[in-house]
Every structure is written in structure tokens, then in C-alpha cells.
Ligand binder design. Structure first.
Ligand code: GLP
Length: 257
């Protein structure tokens, strides 16, 4: 696991956008796994800016981590809407190449299986972007999620629903979500987890240095051969070995040996 610690959130966000941009420019047909949440907004804003500087997503395929059960793709608080608003509508990715689970599918279980198959049919995910919940969730894999799980429906914890409540103005935050499983995420060839702010410090410490445990689903990334964790100083604050990470990657720099 590479742990890159930047002084500011802006520098961490910029670094993640650069990782994605470099993947897209070196492999135009890459398959990206995309995440939602407030943390990703500046990353997507930077990718939109890079598009106007010429970066093309025309051959990229994307798969999002998750979607709320019961919300149609047109629902303003759906992750479909989030992705259109903050990224898809501003870059040249083809709408038919953008995949998210259908939260309003008549048969949700069949939708989960079909989503997993679709990822496989595209050859798997090359680069998976991840945020982290305060309780250590990735995607919507809440604590106690099986480390071997595939795409399925999860019940959201009260704390996750509360964290998402501000986005829901005229209804309660949904109770269920379709999410890629932990195994689905671990199957990605590369994972990049971004966490900024002190609110994430404890979850980050458990994920990076805690025991591998379903109680902190992000700790499963310790099993992944090619994961980069990108942090600002506040999110790194509770890491016991942060000085060491800083020595290996001074100011977040990655040196080729
Ligand atoms: C949601 C998403 C996660 C995201 C998390 C953190 O639960 N399903 O993918 O990582 O929120 O969100 P934020 O970045 O807003 O803190």
C-alpha cells in the first residue's frame, strides 16, 4: 500500500485527478471505477478542467460503485444525477459507456448479478477510485460486510444515512443501496482511495494500520497488491507511522526506484 500524505486537501485532490488523467491518457480505453460523495467533487472538477485542456474520455468506460435502491436515474439525489452533474455532462465520455447500478430495477437482485457480469464482460476495472465513510465503509459496504462480497443490496447504517441526509431535501435518505462488494473492489487492477479532513482520520488509521477486519471494510485494501491511499495532513493525523510514509513519499511524491 502506498500512503501519500499532502499538506492540503487541494494538493491531495489534485494528485488523484493526475493519477486518473495519466491513466486515461496512457490507456484511452481504460475502465474506470468511480466513486461519489463530497470528497470526489474537486477531483471531478479538475478532470472537467483537464477535458477543456484536451484530455479525452471518448474511449473510457466507467462503472460506479453504488446507487440508492428505489431512486430512478433521473432522481435529483441519485448517484446517476450526481455523476451527470459533476462529470459526465462536462467531458466527452459516451453516455452508453457510463454504468451505474439501476436503483429502481424491478428485480434488484438480478440487477446486482447483471452489474457484476457487465464489469467482467468489460474485462474488469483498471482503476478504482474510492472515498471512505467515517465508519470505514467503501462503496456502501458497511461494517460487517463480507470481505468476499460481490455486488448486492446493503442496508445502510444510521450514521451513513445521517451523513447523507443533508443531500435529501424532500425525503428521508434511503435505507438501502446497491453496491459493488469488497471482492468486486479488490478485483480492480489498481485502487486509489482519497480521504481529506479530520473527520476521516480515525477511519483512515483503522483502514491502513488496523487489523484486517470486516468491521472496517476499507481495511480489506491491505490485501490489494496495488492500492494508493492519498491523504491530506488532517486525514493522516491518526496514522502511527505517518513519519515513515512521509519519508518514503516526501510531500506525497512517488519516486521510481
Ligand atoms: C457515500 C458513498 C461512498 C463515499 C462516502 C463518503 O457513502 N457511497 O462511496 O466514499 O459516502 O462520502 P464523503 O466523501 O461525502 O465523505
Amino acid at each position: 500500500m502506498k500512503v501519500l500524505i499532502f499538506e492540503t486537501a487541494e494538493a491531495a485532490e489534485y494528485a488523484v485527478a493526475e493519477i486518473v488523467a495519466s491513466e486515461v491518457s496512457t490507456r484511452p480505453e481504460t475502465v474506470l471505477g468511480l466513486a461519489t460523495g463530497g470528497t470526489m467533487l474537486p477531483v471531478y472538477a479538475r478532470l472537467c478542467a483537464l477535458r477543456s485542456e484536451g484530455l479525452s474520455f471518448a474511449k473510457v468506460t466507467s462503472f460506479n460503485l453504488d446507487e440508492y435502491v428505489g431512486l430512478s436515474s433521473q432522481h435529483p439525489e441519485s448517484y446517476h444525477s450526481y455523476m451527470r452533474e459533476v462529470l459526465f455532462d462536462h467531458i466527452d465520455i459516451l453516455p452508453e459507456n457510463c454504468h451505474l447500478p439501476k436503483g429502481d430495477a424491478a428485480d434488484v437482485r438480478a440487477e446486482c448479478l447483471a452489474y457484476e457480469d457487465k464489469i467482467l464482460a468489460h474485462g474488469g476495472i483498471d482503476l478504482q477510485l474510492l472515498g471512505i465513510g467515517r465508519n470505514g465503509h467503501i462503496g456502501f459496504n458497511e461494517p460487517s460486510s463480507s470481505l468476499g462480497s460481490l455486488t448486492r443490496v446493503k442496508t445502510l447504517t444510521e450514521s451513513t444515512r445521517q451523513a447523507n441526509a443533508p443531500y435529501f431535501t424532500d425525503q428521508e435518505a434511503p435505507k438501502y443501496a446497491i453496491t459493488m462488494g469488497i471482492r468486486t473492489i479488490l478485483n480492480a487492477r489498481t485502487c486509489v482511495l482519497l480521504a481529506t479532513s479530520a473527520a476521516k482520520a480515525q477511519a483512515v488509521a483503522q483502514a491502513v494500520e488496523g487489523p484486517l477486519s470486516a468491521i472496517c471494510p476499507a481495511s480489506a485494501l491491505q490485501m490489494h497488491a496495488k492500492t494508493t491511499v492519498v491523504l491530506d495532513r488532517s486525514a493522516a493525523a491518526e496514522l502511527r507511522h505517518r513519519d515513515y510514509y512521509g519519508q518514503v513519499h516526501p510531500h506525497g511524491a512517488v519516486h521510481a526506484l
